[in-house]
Design a protein around this ligand. Sequence first.
Ligand SMILES: [Zn+2]
Length: 423
Amino acid sequence: MYFRKTLLLLIITSFIKVSAQSLIYLRPDRVFDGEKVFEKYGVIIKANKIEIVDSQVNIEKNLPKDTKIVDLKNCTLLPGLIEGHTHLFLHPYNEVPWDDQVLKESRSYRTARAVIHAEKTLKAGFTTARDLGTEGAEFDDVGLKKAIDDGVILGPRLLIATKALIATGSYAPRSFSADIKVPQGAEEADGVDDLIKKTRNQIGKGADLIKIYADYRWGLRGEAAPTFSLEEIKLIVATAQSAGRPTVAHASTVEGMRRAILGGVETIEHGDNGTLEIWKLMAEKNVYLCATLAAGDAISQYRGWKKGVDDEPDRIKKKRVSFKQALEAGVKICFGGDVGVFAHGDNARELEMMVDYGMQPTEALKSATSVNADAFHVNYEVGRIKSGLMADIVVVEGNPTKQIADIRKVKVVMKDGKLISLK
Ligand SMILES: [Zn+2]
């Protein structure tokens, strides 16, 4: 009996091995490899890796007999997309305002939502995502990431910031009596000892990167103003860097951006009031811009702008001009929409807006694949269709390299060589 069980186990194990090693040949109309478009190309997947990328003619010359062929007529194959700026613990502000999410929604409720958000993100073709802060949900992104990695729930590979760092008094919720201490959407820290300690603690708890708020609307005046000093930013960056973690900054004022760039951050989030001088500095220092066009678009609509009916508000007009100026100055553009402000799964909205605001579809798709992979230091495993990288793949109907909206017509999502059911 014992012997027979072992034999059965052996047979099962070897079967699994054979099927895990068997080849899958994906045969779309074209492949966008993260940089360029190749017509009549195909991709062979072996286990969880991309094995071969070549013309269909070449591949079919010596295709092993037991290869599983998946014909994907009228489709485009791309690397799994990389969302550069999401908050899985937030949901759209027109459903519940940000303050109320932070103050009135329990962490268990927010986590339940985050689980669904992660699944929606993956099923929209985003196999990797950079989550830039739990916004008051403590270190709950660490558990969420582990649940995804362990296969307990569906979601993208996550790069997480945990709590994010803010200078005391500079963030939100606010507008309460000065007598009341209100929980904040990120972690307050100032000065040498405190900043070093809290940066290290966030890393220790699981942060893949440190996110700071280099400016914000604080105090009674209502306009954004710088927060951390240049010296403080340099200290955070050096502390994170010595542990191999990058620092990124929320910044929208000229001075906040200038300090963040000179302080050594790797990406600037939003950058709404960037000037030509700032863009040139970013290009020179190789700092990426994650413009979050979709967030501004969503917030303007929540405030009453009827898109397509009313004139564009000043904020949108200014953003169009500054984004174009950044492109012309040669700033590298990350793809990231600040998802959570608008619905998870609707991540493609930022891609459509990048094209609407002046990028070619292939350039926008580059941002969402190879550029983000390079910017986030994950290009050794994802972001391109290249032999040896992880089999993170999205296939869409149509041709998003010409018609960006086709990126929404998701047919196949593969993460780590596994097909994700899109139901
Ligand atoms: Zn954000």
